[in-house]
Ligand binder design. Structure first.
Ligand code: ZN
Length: 303
């Protein structure tokens, strides 16, 4: 009996090591496991996503959380998962709901973003807002201790490839889709794609005056060609390529309808009053539909 017992202990031991690894359930309900070692966090459904990517040589993060309390929650999860540091933080965009929490991770994290991200962050920086955030008597103030503006250490143009441990992260600059410096991130081995805010999930994106629907459609086409298994948008639930298909369909019908109405001689104001796009009744951010129509109008009239 004795030798048999020894064998079974030896067999069980590696299994025990494996199953004792921290899973999404241990991190709490705001974390979703995407693949082994890849966890997405969002404090509330419409908040920006922050993703932990474990590697054999430390952690890579995609964005730093919607607000400092979110960044602190993510840091806590990282410490539960591993004793290794966050080595790399990649920004999908420079807006504050993706970047305010950089100070929680950096140093030591090296922050990487598309060219123009640092300038965009410096331009948007409001010292009064920062002071107010730090003086908050609640959770926000507590989590903002030590806050300072940290802009990217590395800015790339067009494309970059980063190798950390066993993982490869391919960065693609997305032109005119949301901010001054949007980055899609592609993990070719895991087939996981981060789209930045180029697409939303049942959500009208805020199409600022420089945002181009044709450029966004080109970005969607490029991302679909990667053939992703998992798609993680800047905001909203992770899903599949359907997220890209749905936005592509929406922008194409928006362009078609606005083109038709312009041909009928309708003004931009008339189009805004009359136009509805099927399948968007349950979408969030309806107040942004007007700037979506403006973007479509710019595209079809060349204005
Ligand atoms: Zn944004």
């Amino acid at each position: 009996m004795k030798p048999k017992l020894v064998v079974s202990i030896l067999l069980v031991f590696p299994l025990w090591l494996f199953t004792s690894r921290v899973g999404a359930q241990d991190l709490g309900p705001k974390f979703k496991k995407i693949k082994d070692g890849i966890f997405v966090y969002a404090g509330r459904p419409s908040d920006s996503n922050c993703t932990i990517i474990q590697t054999q040589e430390g952690v890579a993060l995609i964005d730093s959380g919607n607000t400092p309390p979110d960044s602190v929650a993510v840091m806590k999860a990282v410490k539960q998962l591993t004793s290794q540091p966050v080595r790399l933080l990649i920004n999908t965009e420079p807006h504050s709901d993706h970047t305010t929490g950089h100070f929680v991770f950096s140093p030591p994290a090296i922050i990487v973003a598309a060219a123009g991200a640092g300038e965009s962050m410096r331009n948007a920086y409001d010292p009064e807002r920062a002071k107010k955030m730090m003086a908050d008597p609640g959770e926000l103030g507590a989590a903002s201790k030590g806050y300072r503006l940290i802009t990217p250490h590395v800015e790339y143009r067009d494309k970059a490839t980063i190798n950390v441990g066993e993982r490869t992260l391919e960065l693609f600059y997305l032109k005119n889709v949301h901010s001054e410096a949007d980055t899609a991130i592609w993990l070719p081995k895991e087939r996981v794609l981060f789209t930045a805010a180029s697409v939303g999930v049942k959500r009208f994106n805020n199409l600022r005056p420089f945002v181009s629907i044709p450029d966004t459609l080109a970005a969607i086409k490029m991302m679909k060609a990667l053939n992703p298994e998992v798609v993680i948008p800047g905001h909203g639930d992770p899903g599949t390529v359907k997220i890209l298909d749905d936005m592509e369909r929406y922008y194409n019908s928006l362009l078609d309808r606005v083109r038709q109405m312009v041909k009928q001689g309708k003004s931009l104001d008339e189009i805004k009053k009359e136009l509805r796009i099927e399948g968007t009744d349950d979408w969030e951010g309806k107040d942004r539909f007007a700037n979506n129509i403006e973007a479509a109008y710019r595209a079809v009239t060349g204005s």
